[in-house]
Design a protein around this ligand. Sequence first.
Ligand code: HEM
Length: 488
Amino acid sequence: MSTHVETTGPLTTESGAPVSDNQNSQTAGVGGPVLLQDQLLIEKLAHFNRERIPERIVHARGAGAYGKFTVTADVTGYTRAAFLSEVGKETEVFARFSTVAGNLGAADAVRDPRGFALKFYTEEGNYDLVGNNTPVFFIKDAIKFPDFIHTQKRDPYTGSQEADNVFDFWGLSPESTHQVTWLFGDRGIPASYRHMHGFGSHTFQWTNADGEIFWVKYHFKTDQGIKNLTEEEAAVLAGQDPDSHQRDLRESIETGDFPNWTVYVQVMPASEAADYRFNPFDLTKVWPHADYPLIPIGKMELNRNPENIFAEVEQSVFSPAHFVPGIGPSPDKMLQGRLFGYGDAHRYRVGINADHLPVNRPHAAEARTHGRDGQMYDGRHGGAKNYEPNSFGGPAQTDKPLWADVAVSGATTESVAPSHAEDNDFVQAGNLYRLMSESEQARLISNLAGALAGVTRDDILRRAIENFRKADADYGKRLEAAVEALRG
Ligand code: HEM
């Protein structure tokens, strides 16, 4: 995939001239000052200064691998996506797994959601599914995302993550109670990227050849089995081997122990959305499997490591707006915000031609746009016309939208998303708590109390605990007692 450079022959400058001395810079006389005419020295220092690009504002720390997706069930009744059109059909994929809050060099074994970003190189263009290892999220409106992430990252004054900020925001955003309960439970620190499930998390639109609409949620279940670390195990591993997840993924692929996931969807016919007991476009809620069962549709295997982490992982870009015919967005307000956010991040972080890089460009299709030029443009379009319509036989529009239109009504508004019959911020958090065994509950309480004990202000602490009490009275009571015991 990458363009290899010959390693035989003489060392050269960037412009290809042979280098005579790579150990000693040029000086005016032995022991004298260094000369401006030493272009090799200047070029090396200048290139070195520009080696880093801005790290991702979230999910900076991650690891990637290539593999394949294989269809195992007929889903043509639900979607006309070509890569899902036949049982047995294979599509190349690139996956990048990540933590959320840590910077580029942060340790892997931490309590944090894991990103689960996938790029399917389909014959109709690249389809990106940019999910997490959790089926839900902390908030349900993109307008809150920058504030939320500010509380997860470093405080402007202390330069560290602060429990006060974290629990202040969560306490004031009760819709986070479900995801926070998930995060401080057993699955909050996966043992590796191979031993966790993946979720598209949002609801997406599938449309079939007849134009029928279905709302769909994706689930990737690990075939390696779920394995997690306890708080104590993670603290030791994060110190001893900060790259534990990255190393595990690379080594398992190097030894031929390829990680696999079984892929399922939950499918809701569009006609059922309005009366469903939960708002189906609310990212803080799951669709219980009893309502919409998991339908197996495929397998994903990762079997090839990237050769160059910077080129293929750091510069990889995934966008929830990268759809293919038969797949589209839902009105989920978080997803809608993300449709803008990622492309914008790519243009800032990698540049306007990020989609031309080998890892990002379509592999099974060709990008035929009239977009041109910009930094690092490689001239791939030659002398072809750069406008449309044109009379020179250039690529033209298809008149076939990727996804189906969705009916809307009412005036523009800044209201909260509609509440369905059983919607509130606590119902599914309480259900999750009550689903846990006694020992799971005990670990959840201990993990959460440990983090809450770092909060310095009583009002922030009380408000945070109150949300868990509203989810389940026993949950709140035990948490309060555990925090009090830790605070002494
Ligand atoms: C409105 C809410 C959100 C916004 C504005 C947002 C924005 C971003 C941005 C700007 C990046 C960095 C992209 C880059 O530099 O290449 C990113 C990365 C990522 N986000 Fe989000 N995000 C949001 C919610 C979510 C949710 C709900 C999920 C999962 C369900 C998610 C999963 C990811 C993943 C997996 C990555 C890393 C992608 C990669 O490996 O390159 N994000 N997000």
